[in-house]
Design a protein around this ligand. Structure first.
Ligand code: HEC
Length: 559
């Protein structure tokens, strides 16, 4: 029950009446103006737009903030009062604490017995589904929004605010809800669900092949098992009726310069729209793919890339910030050291997208510190370049090597004597530490973004067993574990979405589920709070032991 204080008092009602007169005028004026210039449907789309602003941004047509009363008499206003905060941008709802904010799209609100959709309401309790209710009418919906009384006459949880909205504003919200997540997203066919993966030019052909082979194997496994609920699909939710759709994979292989990738992606997409892009491989930039996903409103889940764009967006999700994360881990470690320990830090990197990105990230992370940072850039394959880059180092210098295995191998051959301390990027070293010379190895610390030792073996057991069943090779453990995690993740994700195949909903579910699924990746821990876009947030420092294996030399560091 809602305490008396939560209900609107006469004063509020007056405000409400005042507001309604004002806003109605503004709204009808706007509609008149628009209708004079455009087709009749323009008035409808204006109404939807006004509803969208209330729902997404908490802004009323008059430009004033949306107001609601929550939990008794706490006033919420503007963006904090926007319906989206609880019912999410898809309208498919969420779990607030342990209270369900149900789906409120037109499909759910106005559903009748013969066309009732079903959604899971709690990611951690897959048996908990939406309950049937009598279809809402415009009147009962207004009552729910203003007074918190649902269509069944029940006073709802005080979490659902009571809103001060006039009739025109209620109509606008209703118009918005009617079209929200109404049609299934592009890439969802009657009997097929289309996915793509993206391969950038210049990647290791073995990695590319093993990724595609793993994805094809998982897709055929999933397509075979959906009819007979075999394999891992034997959970209660698999018994909820749904449309059976075959998964289909397209590989979008990019060519040429990154400036041309956007056009290639759009052309691929035009030929076959997909529901989501999953995994993907690049050893250079990923920015054009990131932009494409944002523009198309296309979930792009967990590609294996060394340097995702720093600026996040709603649709692209990443395992981590890559080399930029390593830069932050190193900087926070060096800053904590006793001041004298590092006088000069020399960073060596290749003059390419990733090298420059890593160096910039470290420069930014060490700004305003006492550490003197010096850049040494390698370009071309000339062996003298490396020699030059490493000259003039003294024993007290600290080195950061943003280098891949072939360059790391050359380092020890070029300069016999290692400085006091040399750090190596785990993302770039590709788990190939045997290439580091015997003289250097004891002084090297690897910034290592993955789990090590027994714990890692334990989580990767499933991957290894699965690869065996499909006779697939183990080419690159950390990379393949990323692909494997992603394949299980989207299997669970789409299975929990039932027939509600909307892209926004997929991203929202992905956030919620990231930490709940079994972690079969080489990362120690994956999670994504709402709005976060990087699932793993730290790294270890590791030593290289006699047989070229890594051993942790620090706790897991989250900068
Ligand atoms: C702070 C969280 C929160 C916000 C913001 C919020 N809601 Fe809700 N809403 C809830 C919760 C929780 C429920 C379920 C309460 C219950 O059933 O006891 C709910 C229920 C509803 C229902 C009833 C659905 C049904 O199945 O009967 C409607 C309709 C609704 N909300 C519309 C809105 C609209 C429109 C807005 C924005 C103007 C909004 N809500 C903003 C939390 C919220």
């Amino acid at each position: 029950m809602i305490p008396q204080s939560a209900r609107f008092r006469p004063a509020n009602r007056n405000v409400l009446r005042l507001l309604s007169g004002h806003c109605l005028m503004a709204l009808s004026l706007a509609i008149l103006v628009l209708a004079a210039y455009a087709e009749p449907s323009a008035a409808d789309s204006l109404e939807v737009e006004l509803g969208r602003r209330i729902y997404r941004e908490g802004i009323l047509p008059s430009g004033s903030p949306l107001k609601g009363l929550r939990l008794g008499s706490i006033e919420v206003e503007g963006a904090a009062a926007a319906c989206e905060t609880c019912h999410r941008s898809s309208g498919m709802g969420s779990l607030e604490g342990n209270i369900v904010a149900p789906p409120i799209t037109g499909r759910f609100l106005f559903a009748t017995e013969d066309n009732r959709p079903t959604a899971l309401v709690d990611v951690s309790a897959p048996k908990n589904v939406t309950r049937a209710h009598t279809p809402y009418t415009e009147q009962s919906l207004a009552k729910a929004i203003r007074e918190g009384v649902n269509v069944g006459g029940r006073q709802m949880s005080p979490l659902m605010p009571h809103y001060v909205l006039n009739d025109a504003e209620i109509k606008a919200v209703t118009a918005y809800l009617r079209q929200l997540s109404k049609d299934l997203s592009p890439g969802v066919g009657d009997d097929t669900l289309h996915f793509a993966t993206v391969v950038a030019p210049g990647v290791d052909p073995n990695q590319r092949k093993v990724m595609e082979d793993m994805m094809r194997a998982a897709f055929s496994q999933r397509n075979a098992s959906q009819q007979n609920y075999s394999g891992r699909m034997r959970m209660p939710i698999d018994l909820i009726p749904r449309t059976l759709r075959n998964w289909e994979l397209t590989v979008w292989e990019l060519q040429g310069a990154p400036e041309t990738w956007g056009a290639q992606l759009r052309e691929n997409y035009r030929r076959q729209p997909v529901f989501a892009v999953i995994s993907g491989l690049s050893n250079t930039t990923w920015a054009p793919v990131h932009e494409f996903c944002s523009q198309e409103k296309l979930p792009c889940l967990l590609p294996s890339v060394p340097l995702p764009p720093a600026e996040t967006a709603f649709y692209p999700l990443y395992y981590s910030r890559g080399v930029a994360l390593e830069a932050d881990v190193l900087a926070s470690h060096l800053r904590k050291q006793d001041n004298k320990a590092t006088r000069r830090l020399v960073q060596v990197y290749r003059d390419d997208e990733v090298g420059r990105g890593a160096a910039q990230a470290l420069t930014a992370a060490l700004r305003d510190s006492d550490i003197k940072l010096e850049d040494r850039v390698l370009s071309g394959q000339n062996p003298s370049a490396l020699k030059e880059a490493l000259t003039g180092l003294s024993g007290q210098d600290t080195l950061m090597l943003w280098l891949r295995p072939s360059d790391l191998a050359a380092v020890g051959k070029t300069v016999k004597q290692a400085p006091e301390r040399a750090y190596v990027s785990g993302f770039l070293a590709e788990d190939d530490y045997g290439v580091i010379s015997k003289d250097w190895a004891p002084r090297v610390r690897v910034i290592y973004p993955y789990e090590m030792g027994d714990k890692r073996q334990k989580t990767l057991k499933l991957l290894n067993a699965w690869l065996k069943t499909w006779s697939l090779p183990l080419v690159d453990e950390t990379f393949q574990s990323e692909v494997f995690f992603n394949l299980l993740f989207i299997t669970d994700l789409t299975s929990q979405m039932l027939d509600n195949l909307y892209r926004d909903y997929m991203v929202e579910r992905a956030e919620d589920m990231m930490s709940l699924g079994s972690n079969v990746s080489a990362y120690p821990h994956l999670s994504m709070a709402r709005g976060q876009r990087f699932a793993s947030k730290g790294a270890y420092f590791a030593r290289i032991d006699q047989d070229g294996q890594l051993a942790a030399d620090s706790e897991w560091i989250v900068p």
